[in-house]
Design a protein. Structure first.
Ligand code: TXE
Length: 503
């Protein structure tokens, strides 16, 4: 697999039909390093022609007997081989991602440990996708179902956790026997392209996995509009998700939508406040707040409000910002310039709305960080849940603290959002925790923990956070379809003009 040096300054092409493929328009653009805003490598600017080539290759691969007729067990072995290769190269993949999106090396290392486990998990499931036999009220009639691949799946990935988010779709897709066209984020294509070196080594037939890089409104749009795409798995903003779903609807492609969030993170008066403060810090400041599950609305019960805020503020002020590859650094830069601009804009909006800036709210003063897209961990108080800062996804290190008094009020406030991806609650009362988990409208609920995740845990957003789920055995259903087979073994000629309803 290529390494950091082999990427630096290079032009990276698409990967189509098992070959490195120059962009049809000959155009490349710079991918920038978030620690210094300098160009790192050049990435191919894909267009409709490249998407056409990739989808054609993926369609042909679906019918290639080497893939179509491969036994489920052998397909599982192949996916497991890929898992093994990723595991052997995980340190380099982590370094590539950190260089590309500025996420802490500690975190990309953790993620690239989960990625091979995700592929292994679905490799094991490859030959366990069973159909059913259906008892009918007709004698001499056998009815069974089989689950088969859907077809060509388009996978659109954002920049915050490229391989981790790719794995939860790519692994089940391959285990089931689909073929795919991946469109990584224009900001972070390097790790996905490096992964293709491993896909090749693992022995996947040409065309099973294809990558077209480039901009969303061009390459992404062409992918979602392509009539031969059977399903789109999209991870990104709700706004773009709606557009993608509309495009997919024009040719009746299915969608799996993992979109934005404005997650409530709630602290009751009976919580262990130290643990809760750590959890809340992790929820909003880990990965510089650039996670879809960021616990950006921090609800604190009135009676512990001051005590909790004190702990939260102390921890927030201790956060060490800096180069994401350095030991001891806790928060790196924002991944892209647009995010720095967006976060800055939202801080101004919050101030104008009357929220009180308690901490942060600006780039750090340290001259060593002045070239990168760094932003101080930021807390607002005196926030009302109806303010824009409490309703719109900032996708940065900005938490707003909101008071509540009763459990009923909390549930109402927590659910008063267009989103429904994640929620967290800190309490020592099991009853309270379980009641909250029942009442809150979100795809995942954490009790006395936050950001815990597993490839075995199915998660999917509610409301504007999307639909369909990723991870867990449920994914096998997401990326397969059911076929019903009916067989008459009566040996009798039937009345050709009457449906056999009942004997
Ligand atoms: O996301 P987009 P962006 C949120 C977050 C962030 C905002 C904008 O709030 O500030 O989105 O980020 C591709 N047809 N999240 O602009 O636009 C694009 O190329 C098809 C939350 O990066 O959603 C990229 O590969 N594809 C989120 C992917 O969609 C299109 C993660 C995501 O881009 C397209 C990222 C189009 N018309 C951002 N336009 C999460 N929930 O994890 C863009 N794309």
């Amino acid at each position: 697999m290529r390494n950091l040096e082999q990427i630096t300054g290079q032009r990276l092409s698409h990967y189509i039909n098992g070959q490195w493929h120059e962009p049809s328009n000959g155009e490349y653009f710079d991918s920038l390093d978030p620690t210094n805003a300098q160009p790192w490598y050049k990435v191919a600017s894909g267009d409709a022609q490249d998407i056409e080539d990739a989808v054609s290759a993926a369609r042909a691969a679906l019918k290639n007997p080497q893939w179509q007729r491969m036994s489920q067990t052998d397909r599982g072995h192949m996916v497991r081989r890929l898992a093994q290769l990723i595991d052997e190269n995980r340190e380099m993949l982590a370094r590539i991602e950190t260089r590309d999106n500025g996420k802490l090396l500690r975190e990309t290392r953790a993620q690239t440990t989960i990625v091979p486990d995700t592929f292994s998990y679905f490799a094991g499931a490859a030959d366990k996708l069973e159909g059913t036999t259906i008892p009918l009220n007709k004698p001499d009639m056998l009815n069974y179902t089989v689950r088969e691949p859907i077809g060509v799946v388009g996978i659109i990935v954002p920049w915050n956790s490229p391989l981790y988010q790719l794995a939860w779709t790519l692994a089940p897709c391959l285990a089931i026997g689909n073929t795919v066209v991946i469109k990584p984020s224009e900001h972070t294509s390097a790790s996905t392209l490096a992964l293709m070196d491993l896909v090749e080594q693992a022995g996947f037939p040409p065309g099973v996995v294809n990558v077209v890089t480039g901009f969303g409104p061009v390459a992404g749009e062409a992918l979602t509009r392509h009539p031969h795409i059977a399903k789109i798995a999209f991870t990104g903003s709700s706004e773009t998700g709606k557009r993608v779903a509309a495009n997919a609807a024009s040719h009746l492609a299915q969608c799996n939508m993992e979109l934005g969030g404005k997650s409530p993170h709630c602290v009751f008066d009976d919580a262990d406040l130290d643990r809760a403060a750590n959890g809340v810090v992790a929820g909003i400041f880990a990965a510089a707040g650039q996670t879809c599950v960021a616990g950006s609305r921090i609800f604190v019960q009135e009676s512990v409000y001051d005590a909790f805020l004190d702990k939260l503020l102390t921890r927030t002020r201790q956060i060490k910002l800096g180069d994401p590859t350095e030991e001891g650094v806790q928060v790196g830069p924002l991944a892209i310039r647009e995010q720095l601009e967006k976060v800055t804009r939202y801080v101004e909006i919050a101030k104008a709305e009357g929220a009180t800036l308690l901490s942060g709210g600006k780039p750090p003063e340290d001259p060593a960080l002045s070239e990168g897209w760094y932003f101080e961990p930021t807390l607002f108080t005196d926030v009302d849940n109806s303010m824009r800062i409490a309703q719109e996804e900032v996708f940065g290190p900005v938490g707003c603290v909101i008071r509540f008094s009763t459990e009923e009020e909390l549930t109402e406030l927590a659910n008063a959002t267009e989103y429904g991806l994640a929620a967290g609650v800190w309490t020592q009362s099991m009853e309270r925790g379980l009641r909250f988990a029942r009442e809150v409208e979100s795809g995942i609920v954490w009790v006395n923990t936050y950001r815990a995740a597993s490839f075995a845990t199915p998660v999917g957003g509610f409301k504007n956070s999307g639909y369909g789920s990723h991870n867990g055995l449920e994914s096998l259903r997401e990326y397969s379809r059911s076929k019903s087979v009916m067989l008459d073994y009566s040996g009798k000629a039937q009345d050709p003009f009457v449906i056999r309803v009942k004997e």
